[in-house]
Structure formats: C-alpha cells, structure tokens
Design a protein around this ligand. Structure first.
Ligand SMILES: O=C(O)c1ccccc1N[C@@H]1O[C@H](COP(=O)(O)O)[C@@H](O)[C@H]1O
Length: 211
C-alpha cells in the first residue's frame, strides 16, 4: 500500500506546484499568526485554485476562533487540522458544521500521551501524531521535532492516522518501517529555512514516500 503524503505550510505557487507534481495526497495551509508559514484565507484560496480535486486541502489551526475557521473553510479547504487543545466535542462540532474531515493532532512524548487519542474516536476523522513541543514553544508544531517512533509499535490505533514531526527525505523510510505509518506529514523537513519551502526537498520527500 503506498504511503500517502501531506506537504504542510505551503505559501507559494512553486511549492504548491511541486507538491502536486510529486503526488502529494494533501497540501496543508497554516492559519496561525506566530508561524513563519502563516497564510490568510485570500492567499490560500489562490493557491487552492491551482490544485486538482483529488488533492486534499488541509487548514491547520491552533485553538482558533470560529470566524477564522469559517473564512478559511470558505477558501476551499477539504479538511480541518486541529493542532491545539481542542476537545473531542469541538472537533465533532466542527465536522458537523462544515461537513468536511476533522483531524486532531496528538502531541507525543511518552506512551501515556497516546491515551489521549482514543477520546477522539467518533469525534475526529484522523489523528496526526506529532512530537510534543516544549512548554515555552510559540507554536505547537512545524519545528522539525521528532518523538520516539517506537512508541507507536504495536499501538492499536483508534482512527486512521498520519505520522509527523521531524520527518525528511533521509529518515522517512526508517520512520515508516518502525511505525507502519500509512500516511505522513512534513513541514520543516522540506524547507531551506523556517517557512521557506524548497522544491527539490519536496520532490525528494515525495519520491522517498513512493518507494
Ligand atoms: O507548520 C507550522 O508552522 C505549524 C504551526 C502550528 C501548528 C502546527 C504546525 N505544523 C504542523 O506540525 C507538523 C510537524 O512539523 P515538522 O515537519 O516537524 O516541521 C507539520 O506537519 C504540520 O502539520
């Protein structure tokens, strides 16, 4: 089964086109002001217009206000990724309101952190395992941090899931080999500097995923 990929934090036509050409299943747009990848709804709509229907368009939010999510969904999102402290009830409510997939990011440092995900069964459509950010971090993701992938070995996943956190073209096969990830998500691992996507790194990542 081929591994599905999400290229996250896209802000330019070049990165968008590289992700599409390389076969990304999803492209992510970050609606989070402190992020170097922050984008507004108008700019996201212009990028989304470049993508064919089969490519999913995922908006990343961190404890966002309803109005911000509504504006971004109207730009053409096909999924909402919740990367903050959103509850199962909030996730379910957003799914009902917008009729699109809701993904919940699960911050992982220890095996105990995995217990959180079962609460989202029936409330979210997918879980995205990401490294838990330090307590003083300004943003909870997109910093190239990994967690111990062996924590997912033998774990009974309650929902369809993606692996993220510190992935790049060089470590992707090892990460998939250990975790059995059916889908992966990357941001800083395909950048030359925070927020600056590198089209060659995007191509290399997508090639590694397709092997
Ligand atoms: O990318 C961001 O700037 C971001 C901001 C706020 C919440 C989540 C964010 N990104 C997500 O984090 C994962 C992991 O990133 P990385 O590959 O370790 O840099 C990324 O895939 C996004 O889904």
């Amino acid at each position: 089964m081929p591994v599905r990929t999400k290229i996250c934090g896209v802000t330019t036509n070049a990165a968008m086109d590289a992700a599409i050409a390389g076969g990304a299943a999803w492209i992510g747009f970050v609606f989070c002001a402190p992020s170097p990848r922050n984008i507004d709804s108008q700019a996201a709509a212009a990028l989304i217009a470049r993508a064919p229907n089969h490519v999913g368009k995922v908006g990343v939010f961190v404890d966002a206000e309803d109005g911000a999510i509504a504006a971004a969904v109207a730009a053409g999102l096909t999924a909402i990724q919740l990367h903050g402290k959103e509850s199962p009830e909030q996730a379910a409510s957003l799914g009902r309101r917008y009729g699109i997939e809701v993904w919940k990011a699960a911050p992982v440092r220890t095996r105990d952190d995995l217990a959180l995900v079962t609460r989202y069964r029936g409330a979210a459509d997918r879980i995205l395992y990401d490294a838990k950010a330090p307590a003083d971090a300004v943003i909870p993701g997109g910093q190239g941090l990994r967690f111990d992938w062996r924590l997912l070995e033998g774990f009974d996943h309650p929902l369809p899931w993606l692996l993220s956190g510190g992935l790049d073209a060089g470590n992707l096969r090892e990460a998939i080999g250990i975790t059995g990830a059916p889908a992966v998500d990357v941001s800083s691992g395909v950048e030359s500097a925070p927020g600056i996507k590198d089209v060659d790194k995007i191509a290399a990542f997508l090639k590694a995923a397709a092997q």
